[in-house]
Design a protein around this ligand. Structure first.
Ligand SMILES: [Zn+2]
Length: 307
């Protein structure tokens, strides 16, 4: 009976459509194909596991059978995960997990770490640094443009409380962590989004990665900012563009109009004889520049409604 979580391995939701599964598989297969990894044992294992997962989930009958045997499997919670499972005999790896943020499983091949530092330290009691964690995070358009704080929940390794990170209690293997000295736990963090940060910028948050072992330091948390699209606004560097529909009457005769900017409502003058495509610039109402010291412009782009 398979013991691995095939949904997690492929980084898809439990109800993922076959097309989505195929797409994810192709992305990951390309990345972990032995030909592309010059004899890396780790990549080879991952490729094998990936193929196994795909052969099951891509087959309707096998998938149904798998779901029946593993009713609780699949990323049901809207959480991030550190990784899926350790390679046989190995320790937890990097980057092959699903980058899941608020329920949207994402994967970005270029954003994962290659397998370096693979050999575990020979002394199990030597201080070891915790893992760096890398996730993508969806941030609302306005928060990216003007800065702010977002709550972020993710899973990471923390020291086992039951055995205080020793792996043993009363001379026996600790039952809580099964001797691993650390346990996976949900943590939440208020993440500061710098004002006007670029889309796809990677924030490094020191010491918020996995806990170290034997007194070693924690790893870092890396969050890649993915700007959520806005229904009306588009951003070009520090300027914000907003398509604004006006009536033919207002366009012809001119008059005042209230428009919503990023953080205010402004009354603007529509000139007499305004045409579709004409723009009105509101200086200093755009996205933050220089980490909030200045702001770009807000550009109203007029479109005349049909009636
Ligand atoms: Zn323990």
């Amino acid at each position: 009976m398979p013991r691995r979580d095939y949904y997690k391995i492929l980084g898809v939701a439990k109800d993922a459509k076959p097309r989505e599964i195929k797409k994810k598989y192709r992305e990951l297969a390309k990345k972990y194909h032995p030909d592309a990894n010059k004899g890396s044992k780790k990549a080879e294992t991952q490729f094998k596991v990936l193929s196994e997962a795909y052969s099951t989930l891509s087959n309707t009958k096998k998938r149904r059978e798998y779901d029946r045997k593993h009713p609780s499997r699949g990323p049901s919670r809207k959480r991030t995960t550190e990784d899926w499972s350790p390679p046989p005999g190995g320790r937890w790896g990097y980057g092959f997990g699903n980058y899941e943020t608020r329920g949207r499983a994402q994967y970005d091949g270029s954003f994962s770490r290659t397998a370096t530092e693979e050999t575990p330290p020979p002394d199990p009691n030597a201080p070891t640094r915790g893992f760096d964690l890398q996730f993508m995070v969806d941030v609302p358009f306005t928060t990216v443009a003007l800065g702010g704080t977002i709550p972020y929940i993710y899973e990471k390794y923390v020291e086992c409380n039951a055995c205080v990170g020793t792996g043993e209690s009363s001379g026996e293997t600790c039952k809580t962590c099964e001797g691993k000295r650390r346990v996976v736990k949900d943590v939440s963090l208020d993440v500061k989004i710098p004002p006007g940060v670029a889309d796809k910028y990677v924030l490094r948050i020191q010491d918020e990665g996995g806990a170290g072992m034997n007194g070693g330091p924690s790893g870092d948390l890396f969050l890649k900012i993915c700007t959520e699209p806005h229904p009306n606004f588009k951003r070009k560097k520090s300027d914000i563009y907003a398509e604004t529909l006006i009536s033919p009457e207002l366009a012809e005769k001119g008059g005042t109009l209230n428009v919503e900017t990023l953080d205010a409502v402004k009354t603007i003058e529509v000139e007499e004889g305004t045409l579709t495509g004409e723009e009105l610039r509101l200086p200093g109402e755009g996205a933050a520049i220089l980490w909030g010291k200045k702001r770009g412009d807000f550009i109203v782009k007029f479109a005349i409604s049909d009636g």
